[in-house]
Design a binder for this molecule. Structure first.
Ligand code: 13P
Ligand code: SF4
Length: 329
C-alpha cells in the first residue's frame, strides 16, 4: 500500500490583519470612512440586515448594476457576491471596487468555467448566447446579452423569433423563462445550491400549516416548487409583492432569508415564513453572501482591500453584453 501523501496545491499566503477592537463603533467608523473615501456602499438583499441598513443602496442584481453604472463615487464598496462586484467593476474600470470578502463567490458562477463553456458553445455556433448575471466576467465576455431574474423574460423576448438561443447557467431560471416566453432554448445545466434545497414536499407541509399564506418563490427554484407558487419573481419583485399585496397577511418565502428583512421593514406587522431547505437547517442562507461581515466591510473601506480587478480585454468584451441588458432596463 502506498503511503505517499496526495499532492495538494500550496495554500496562498494571506497575511493576518490585526484584530478589530470589539468596542469600536463599527457603524460610525464605516460612515466616517465612506465619506473620507467618497465611497458608495451597495448591498444585495441577501446580506445580513445591518449590512443592508448601512448601505446607500440595497437592491437586486439589476438595481445594483444600475446604481453602479450611475455612481459618481470614487470607491464602490460592494456587499454582495463576487460576480456582482465584478459587474460593478466592468462598468467602472477607472474606479476602485472593494468587497468585504472576495471569497464570496456563487455556486452558479463557479460551476460554469469559461474554458468548458467556450467548448460547449462550439456546438451552437448560430445561437444567441444569453447569460445570467450570475457568471464570471470571462463568461460575460463570451455572451451576446446578459440578464437578471428581473429582466430575463424581457431580454429573451427582445431576441428575434427566428434566432436560436443558448441560456446559461441556471437551468431552472432558463426553464421558467422558456415557459413564460414560449421560446425554446438550450440550457446549461447549472443550479444554485441555496434554491435547489427547497422541495415541493416540505412546502406542501408549510402550506397546510398556513393555508391562507401566499407562497412566493425565486425562479432559481426547481420547477416542482415554482408550480406550487402563487407568485414568482426576483428578490426585488418578491419584496414588492409582499409590500403591495395588502389583502394577504402571511407569505411563505422560497428564497434566501435576507429578503425578509426588507419585507418586515417595508411592511411592519406582516408575517413572513421562510421556507425550510432540505438540508436540516431551519432557514435558507447563501453561504457565500454571509462571508461578508460588518468587520470586513470596515477593513475594506479602511484599507481599500480586497480590491476587485478584471483584465482590461475581458472587461471590454464583457461590457457590451452588460450594456445591452441595461439598455433594455
Ligand atoms: P436577484 O437578481 O433576484 O437579486 O437574485 C440574485 C441571486 O443571486 C439569486 O440567488
Ligand atoms: Fe449564487 Fe445561489 Fe448565493 Fe444567489 S443564492 S448568490 S445564486 S449561490
Amino acid at each position: 500500500m502506498s503511503t505517499a501523501v496526495p499532492k495538494m496545491p500550496l495554500p496562498v499566503h494571506i497575511p493576518d490583519r490585526e484584530p478589530i477592537d470589539p468596542t469600536l463603533d463599527l457603524e460610525a467608523e464605516i460612515v466616517r470612512l465612506k465619506e473620507e473615501r467618497n465611497a458608495i456602499i451597495l448591498s444585495h438583499y441577501y446580506q445580513d440586515g445591518e449590512m443592508q441598513d448601512i448601505a446607500d443602496f440595497v437592491g437586486d442584481s439589476l438595481g445594483l448594476s444600475q446604481q453602479a453604472k450611475g455612481t459618481d463615487a470614487d470607491v464602490i464598496a460592494f456587499c454582495g457576491v463576487h460576480f456582482m462586484a465584478e459587474t460593478a467593476k466592468i462598468l467602472n474600470m477607472g474606479k476602485t471596487v472593494v468587497m468585504p470578502d472576495t471569497d464570496a463567490g456563487c455556486s452558479l458562477a463557479d460551476r460554469c468555467p469559461p474554458d468548458v463553456f467556450a467548448e460547449w458553445l462550439e456546438q451552437y455556433p448560430d445561437h444567441v448566447v444569453v447569460s445570467y448575471i450570475n457568471t464570471s466576467a470571462a463568461i460575460k465576455a463570451l455572451s451576446d446579452i446578459i440578464c437578471t431574474s428581473t429582466n430575463a423574460v424581457r431580454v429573451v423576448e427582445s431576441i428575434p423569433e427566428d434566432k436560436k438561443i443558448v441560456f446559461a447557467p441556471d437551468r431552472h431560471l432558463g426553464r421558467w423563462v422558456m415557459r413564460q416566453t414560449g421560446r425554446d432554448m438550450v440550457l446549461w445545466p447549472g443550479f444554485c445550491v441555496v434554491h435547489e434545497q427547497f422541495t415541493a414536499r416540505k412546502l406542501l407541509k408549510l402550506k397546510r400549516q398556513y393555508p391562507d399564506a401566499h407562497l412566493i418563490a425565486h425562479p432559481e427554484c426547481e420547477q416542482s416548487v415554482l408550480d406550487m407558487a402563487d407568485y414568482i419573481g426576483s428578490t426585488n419583485q418578491l419584496i414588492n409583492y409582499v409590500v403591495k399585496t395588502t389583502d394577504v397577511g402571511e407569505f411563505i418565502v422560497a428564497t434566501e432569508m435576507g429578503v425578509m428583512h426588507q419585507m418586515r421593514k417595508q411592511r411592519p406587522g406582516v408575517k413572513v415564513i421562510g421556507a425550510e431547505p432540505d438540508s436540516g437547517c431551519e432557514c435558507a442562507v447563501c453561504p457565500y453572501m454571509r462571508l461578508n461581515t460588518m468587520e470586513k466591510l470596515y477593513l475594506a473601506l479602511r484599507d481599500l482591500q480586497p480590491e476587485i480587478t478584471v483584465p482590461q480585454d475581458i472587461a471590454e468584451r464583457a461590457l457590451l453584453p452588460v450594456e445591452r441588458m441595461l439598455a433594455l432596463g
